[in-house]
Design a protein around this ligand. Structure first.
Ligand code: GDP
Length: 697
């Protein structure tokens, strides 16, 4: 075996999953410290943490990008995939959850399960990521491990296996008892020491141990029998069964500590090794043959054909474009030519690097289960599959939503134009939900993204990382159009000019599709009424016609176009003529099919102190919201609502003044919905005025 290749069973690809402020940055920092790769403890407020490369993250205290860091513990390689805690950045969360095998979910021992913990928990659940719960901040006044465990059980509807009990509490919290092993651990500075189980805890330890052993035994037939017969179950048996139960998502182990005060980190790392899956414990990766679309499977073995997923692109100041890869099967060497099966193009793995917290390690060859960054890939974007050109496979891509908001942007000085274009290109390369385009009519640069905060963060990054000062216009909502009934129409494109003429003639039907379905084209031409080579041009003409709808010029979506009749001319018919006929027919059909304007609707979650609830609801109502749910835990109220994006601009500021700064909110795109008639008229009016003055943006 290659020295660089750790046995796969000794690899863990994990992420720390938490909402903002639970202590993820601090914990990551401590883990890197204890695993010996960084030599100085950084504290968040000093801004020296290792994982948060970007100034802005440091300032806002939120981690936006998903980098991956490799480290080692007890003979195992641990790859930590950074997962953002801010739920506004869903695309980032989803992509990191796709490539990790297990997660450590952080809780604040005082606050317990917070509304936003539920959000990140559900995301992990959707991807069936096996989890461990780490109850952090045990040193804080009011910290309560068991209460938090109860909250996890009730609110997250989860079967918890309590494997630690805290020794001491709040300011006197000094260690943990490992229930399975009946061993105590205390932490002093950055050392851990084994101690006797305190006599005062002996009864509790036995009671909780019995409980957890029973719970673990229940997940395994053989152990159940042993338990019922009253036989002693050994420590290795308990651990093996708990490992199996954790990986199958039957149980979630819970332990505790404090990242800030350096207690419980080593025991957490041991638990990561003991209970979270290695790449061989998880299901074989599924994909399809890109040509036949036949389902296929690859197991995590070096002998299999090379199969990898690109899950993150960053531009690095030192080496340029870095593409993070998760290798699922096979191996590849530096310089290898691989197939990007998503784009059906070849690309080259230049250098391969493993990113450690404070250095980069060049590697010659990569193996299954690994997470590495590749330098030199030119065409590969986030979500693409890379594979052996002789054995193509296409993995399920990471789906990203279309942007819903846009703003015009210009550099503060003309001289910075080129620099701004370059910066925007790089930012767009890194973030698939951020798009840049030129408005043909006005020549303005328009950037689009998933919400106001998303665009603010990107403009801010441009200022810091690329020293480009930019001015942005007012945010514009990305409206769409859709039809509400069926209609048919004819399209004729016939020109008789001198010698060679033009002849294209089609009949099409349009019908509405379910929201989010996009565009479908169906060909029902039989008997050669239209020769085969002209069908595709009709489809292209239809697509072109839908790019700007007939109500107010917004893209038309969720429509099926069926080509069902037409005719052709032996001499005069051409691709261009059928393209034009297709366009004409679809535009006319859409006009007859009662088109409407759609607007993006966000899903907002507001966490508020009870006294501000009335004002917050009143304000939401004035924003055309639909309240979905109001839930109260103690003095904290959580409101979930749908709000049209157009009504959310400046919401963060409004919320601050409604609640004296005590309420917080997050929002993400939810769906498109029809705008009310009065508003539709307003939108149409605006479009008219602007296009008359020739200054639409
Ligand atoms: P993140 O937003 O999840 O990355 O959280 P941070 O690591 O930035 O921590 C948020 C705040 O909680 C910071 O002020 C930390 O110093 C503090 N913090 C983190 N861990 C602990 C802990 O174990 N105990 C206490 N008392 N504070 C902590």
């Amino acid at each position: 075996m290659n020295e660089a290749q750790k046995p796969l069973t000794k690899t863990r690809n994990i992420g720390f999953i938490a909402h903002i402020d639970a202590g993820k940055t601090t914990l990551t920092e401590r883990v890197l410290y204890y695993t010996g790769r960084t030599y100085r403890l950084g504290e968040v407020h000093e801004g020296t943490t290792v994982m948060d490369w970007m100034d802005q993250e440091r300032e806002r205290g939120i981690t936006i990008t998903a980098a991956a860091t490799t480290t080692e513990w007890d003979g195992h390689r641990i790859n930590i995939i950074d997962t953002p805690g801010h739920v506004d950045f869903t695309a980032e969360v989803e992509r990191s959850l796709r490539v990790l095998d297990g997660g450590v979910v952080l809780f604040d021992a005082v606050a317990g399960v917070q509304p936003q913990t539920e959000t990140v928990w559900r995301q992990a659940e959707r991807y069936s990521v096996p989890r461990i719960c780490f109850i952090n901040k045990m040193d804080r006044l009011g910290a309560d491990f068991l209460r938090t465990v109860d909250m996890i059980t009730d609110r997250l509807r989860t079967k918890v296996a309590v494997i630690h009990l805290p020794i001491g509490s709040e300011a006197s919290f000094r260690g943990v008892v490992d229930l399975i092993e009946r061993r105590g651990y205390e932490y002093e500075d950055d050392k851990v020491q084994e101690v006797e189980v305190p006599a005062s805890m002996a009864a509790d330890v036995e009671r909780f141990r019995d409980e957890v052993v029973e719970r673990i035994a229940e997940t395994d037939d053989e152990l159940t029998m042993k338990y019922l017969r009253g036989e002693e179950i050994t420590v290795p048996e308990i651990k093996a069964a708990l490992r199996k139960a954790t990986i199958s998502n039957a149980l979630v182990p819970a332990l505790c500590g404090t990242a800030l005060k350096n207690k419980g980190i080593q025991t957490l790392l041991d638990a990561v090794i003991d209970y979270l899956p290695s790449p061989v414990d998880v299901r074989a990766i599924q994909g399809v043959n890109p040509k036949t679309l036949e389902t296929m499977e690859r197991t995590a073995e070096a002998e299999q054909p090379f199969t990898a997923l690109a899950f993150k692109v960053t531009s690095d100041p030192f080496v340029g474009r870095l593409v993070y890869l998760r290798i699922y099967a096979g191996s590849a060497k530096t310089g290898a030519i691989v197939l990007n099966s998503t784009r059906d193009e070849r690309d080259r793995l230049g250098r391969l690097v493993r990113m450690h917290a404070n250095h980069r390690e060049e590697v010659d060859e990569i193996f299954p289960g690994e997470i590495v960054a590749a330098v030199g890939l030119k065409r590969t974007l986030t979500g693409d599959t890379l594979c052996d050109p002789r054995h193509p496979i296409l993995l399920e891509t990471i789906k990203f939503p279309e942007p819903v908001i846009s703003v015009a942007i210009e550099p503060a000085t003309r001289a910075q134009q080129d620099k701004m274009d370059e910066a925007l290109r790089k930012l767009g390369d890194e973030d698939p939900t951020f798009q840049v385009r030129q408005d043909e009519e006005t020549g303005q640069t328009i950037v689009s993204g998933m919400g106001e905060l998303h665009l603010e963060v990107l403009v801010e990054r441009m200022r810091r990382e690329y020293t480009v000062e930019a001015r942005v216009g007012k945010p514009q909502v990305a409206y769409r159009e859709a039809i509400t009934s069926r209609a048919v129409a004819e399209g004729r494109f016939v020109r008789q000019t001198g010698g060679h003429g033009q002849y294209g003639h089609v009949w099409v039907e349009v019908e509405p599709l379910e929201r989010g379905k996009g565009f479908e084209f169906v060909n029902k031409i039989v008997g050669g009424k239209i020769p085969r080579e002209f069908i595709r041009p009709v489809e292209m003409g239809a697509r072109a016609a839908l790019e700007s709808g007939v109500v107010a010029g917004y893209p038309l979506t969720d429509v099926r176009v069926t080509l069902f009749d037409g005719s052709f001319h032996q001499v005069d018919s051409s691709e261009i003529a059928f393209r034009a006929a297709g366009s004409i027919a679809v535009r006319e059909a859409v006009r007859r099919a009662n088109p409407r304007i759609l607007e993006p609707v966000m899903r907002i979650e507001v966490v508020s102190p009870g006294y501000a609830l009335g004002d917050i609801l009143g304000d939401l109502n004035s924003r055309r919201s639909r309240i979905l749910n109001i839930e109260g835990h103690g003095d904290t109220q959580v409101v979930k609502a749908n709000v049209p994006l157009a009504e959310t601009f400046g919401y963060a500021t409004a919320l601050r003044s409604l609640s004296q700064g005590r309420a917080t909110s997050t929002m993400e795109f939810d769906h498109y919905a029809e705008v009310p008639a009065s508003l539709a008229e307003e939108i149409m009016g605006k479009v008219k005025v602007l296009s008359n003055s020739g200054a639409r943006s």
